[in-house]
Design a binder for this molecule. Structure first.
Ligand SMILES: [Zn+2]
Ligand SMILES: [Zn+2]
Length: 731
């Protein structure tokens, strides 16, 4: 080894992982006098830049192999709690499984680089002097908001008083407000496991007892909390959350982004007398920094978040709950393609703690794992609070013909009138944004296509533009057909939620109506609208998928599904499963108060086994049917898929590369390479796309096969290859 005189001892070498899509960690020298251990956050030079990274391992194995003369030193060790060993193992695991670079996975963990710097001290202001001579209404409002003891930042105070920060500054100059230092971030209130407990039914109690047992066992397990909408699953898993925080550990509750509603957060806060830390796309950068720091230090005990919350560096995670585990929103299909539910199970396995999956309509993958004994089923059968499941009525649209350009059949219209006359609310569901899915010219047949994508433009009449739902391209709706130059010849084909709303207004004009669509309402306005709906300010709600999740409307007793067949025939292997899940979820919105509900589904395929199972409320019947058809086709969960998508700006190059790749595919048992074929969406954002689908046996090593195939391949710089293990999107 090296000389033992400390004078001559060369600097140690460590491997540092950088949050960049590089093949692996880089070697750096540890300067004399700096102590670093694996997991430490450091700042290092990279080319002309300084970047953050994490010491990945001590580098003792490879140290001799690297040319020390070429290595650069670590600039600084950051004063942040080290990344736990478990979290580093998790990153490596996800990278290996998804065939991504570990740096790309690390990047998902370091989305708030500010959190690695020192906490910045803020200045706050409190009442500290005489009232100024010159008073204005603005100044009066500020003085009403300001306290003698409680200091607030200038921005907070200005916001509360509804004035500009200039008014605050004036009061500081006048000596009325005095500055004090504030800690950079407010601390998270400690949740109280004993606060706000609700009385559970005996069925809920039995389920809660099972989950508490798993928490007490402190070992890896996966439980499926399985019960219909309204069965009170959340109250049950909150008992497992309570048991975990009572033992002093951290909990992560994952939800699909769309279901992270104010309503949901408030229920959490009521249960634990403290708000959980929130993590999703709408959380502001400063709050993200606060959450990241508090998760890393262990201060934040409960985190409620969207799929990306899985990559927060928890100090002491001991339970993950995946609510609505069947949701496709848990799958990320760009960048690092991962499924948050599956990776949550991996995290639990690495950390040796329980994972709870919750759903009214579990995924086939999860049901398969329950059937094979890997997951434990915790059933919740009765609907909590006495409300019965809604009655489900199919309407055969082959026999009912609403006039052209309208979508509500007579029996549905009659049910709407009847419900409104009873003083109840109606929800009409159509999962199509915009006015119409296709716009064409009546004279020449011209269709509006996105210039950058293989997709039609969707008319959004309320915003007066044509929009591409894939890339966001938009143009104003023209008066004149760009092809034949006739005026006023453009017609809308098919229904969108805006068109449905127009029909409702024409038919039920004397009733109040709200439209819920992500194009029209977001953020605070959306929360306000949801509250108004709950308070019964509207008779009829017309909505897209936005209404299906996480909302509780006590006066809603009729749900009308306008097009129950949407998505059923799109060729996706999970089409029937998803349609079934969505219809159950939407139907479950009806009758959640003390009145029974009813769901009417307009369909062109009433004889489809899915519709038959829905009507008979025979969930097992649907699962048996769907499992059998997957088994016959050796489709997931009976088989495995991987998808490869090649894309590039030049169609000929992409096609050529795809065919070259096809020729070099190795032969392997139980492994079929399908393609290349142009992707169903052959052009997205100006990039041409070719797809391969790899179909494998359930127990086969797909990653090993792909490495042997792809590693020797050198792609032209303009062509990108995306690998998606267990794909959910086949576009
Ligand atoms: Zn035309
Ligand atoms: Zn587009």
């Amino acid at each position: 080894m090296f000389g033992d005189s400390s004078q001559d001892a060369p600097d140690r070498v460590v491997e540092v992982l950088l949050p960049l899509a590089l093949p692996g960690a880089y070697s750096y020298l540890v300067p004399q006098g700096m102590a670093v251990t694996p997991g430490d956050y450091v700042r290092v030079p990279l080319g002309p830049r300084q970047v953050f990274g994490v010491v990945w391992d001590s580098g003792e194995d490879g140290a001799a192999a690297v040319d020390r003369a070429k290595l650069r030193g670590i600039t600084e060790r950051l004063d942040v709690p080290s990344m736990p060993d478990l979290h580093r193992r998790f990153i490596d695991w996800v990278a290996t499984y998804t065939m991504s670079s570990p740096g790309a996975v690390l990047r998902m963990c370091l989305r708030v680089p500010e959190a690695l710097g020192p906490e910045r001290v803020r200045t706050g202001y409190r009442l500290g002097g005489p009232v100024p001579q010159r008073m204005t209404p603005q100044r009066t409002r500020v003085l009403e908001e300001a306290h003698e003891e409680l200091a607030r930042s200038a921005a907070d105070l200005a916001d509360a008083a509804g004035v500009s920060t200039g008014v605050i500054k004036g009061l500081v100059d006048a000596g009325t407000l005095s500055p004090v230092s504030l800690p950079a971030f407010a601390r998270f209130k400690r949740p109280d496991p004993a606060a706000g407990g609700v009385t559970l039914s005996s069925i809920q109690q039995a389920a809660a007892q099972l989950l508490r047992g798993e928490v007490a066992g402190r070992a890896f397990s996966v439980s499926l909390l399985d019960g219909v909408t309204g069965a009170g699953k959340m109250e049950v898993y909150l008992e497992a959350v309570a048991a975990t925080i009572a033992a002093g550990h951290q909990v992560l509750v994952l939800l699909p982004e769309i279901a992270l509603t104010t309503d949901f957060m408030q229920r959490f806060e009521r249960r634990f007398a403290a708000a959980p830390a929130e993590w999703h796309s709408a959380v502001r950068p400063r709050e993200r920094e606060r959450v990241w720091r508090a998760v890393a230090s262990g201060e934040a005990r409960i985190v409620v978040g969207a799929r990306s919350a899985l990559f927060l560096p928890f100090a002491d995670l001991a339970l993950i709950v995946v609510d609505e585990e069947h949701e496709a929103a848990y799958k990320q299909d760009d960048g690092v393609c991962y499924h948050a539910r599956d990776m949550a199970v991996v995290r639990g396995s690495l950390g040796a703690f329980p994972v709870v999956l919750s759903s009214a309509t579990p995924s086939l993958e999860t049901m398969f794992n329950v059937d094979s004994g890997r997951y434990r089923s915790v059933p919740l059968t009765a609907r909590h609070g006495g409300a019965g499941l809604p009655e489900i009525v199919p309407l055969d649209m082959r026999k009912l013909h609403p006039p052209t350009g309208t979508w509500i059949s007579e029996p549905l219209a009659a049910a709407i009138t009847e419900t409104l006359d009873d003083g109840d609310q109606v929800l009409l569901y159509l999962n199509r944004r915009g006015y119409a899915p296709l716009t064409l010219c009546r004279t020449c047949g011209h269709r509006f296509q996105c210039p950058d994508c293989d997709a039609w433009l969707v008319e959004h009449r309320f915003r007066r533009h044509l929009l591409c739902h894939h890339c966001g391209f938009k143009v104003p709706v023209p008066n004149v057909c760009p092809s034949c130059e006739h005026e006023g010849t453009l017609v809308a084909c098919g229904p969108g939620v805006e068109r449905l709303a127009t029909e409702v207004r024409e038919r039920f004009g004397d009733r109040s109506m709200a439209i819920l669509s992500s194009d029209l309402t977001r953020g605070a306005a959306l929360r306000e609208l949801l509250r108004d709906i709950k308070d019964r300010a509207y008779d009829i709600i017309v909505g897209t998928q936005l209404v299906a999740k996480g909302h509780h409307f006590p006066n809603l007793t009729l749900v009308g599904v306008v097009d129950g067949d949407i998505g059923l025939n799109n060729g996706d292997l999970r089409a029937a499963e998803r349609t079934y899940q969505v219809l159950c979820q939407v139907a479950g919105r009806a009758g959640r108060g003390d009145k029974p509900g009813r769901a009417i589904i307009q369909t062109f395929q009433p004889e489809h086994p899915l519709m038959a199972a829905l009507v008979a409320r025979n969930r097992d019947g649907f699962y048996t049917y769907e499992m059998r058809s997957r088994e016959q086709g050796e489709l997931p969960p009976y088989g495995r898929f991987a998808a490869l998508v090649l894309s590039g700006p030049d169609e000929a190059t992409v096609t050529q590369v795809a065919h070259r790749l096809a020729r070099s595919a190795p032969r392997a048992e139980h492994m079929r390479v399908l393609g290349p074929a142009p992707a169903p969406l052959a052009l997205v954002r100006g990039r041409y796309r070719m797809r391969f689908l790899i179909k494998a046996r359930r127990d086969s090593n797909v990653q090993g096969f792909l490495h042997s195939w792809l590693d020797p391949i050198k792609l032209p710089g303009s062509v990108r290859l995306q690998v998606d293990i267990d794909p959910y999107s086949f576009m």
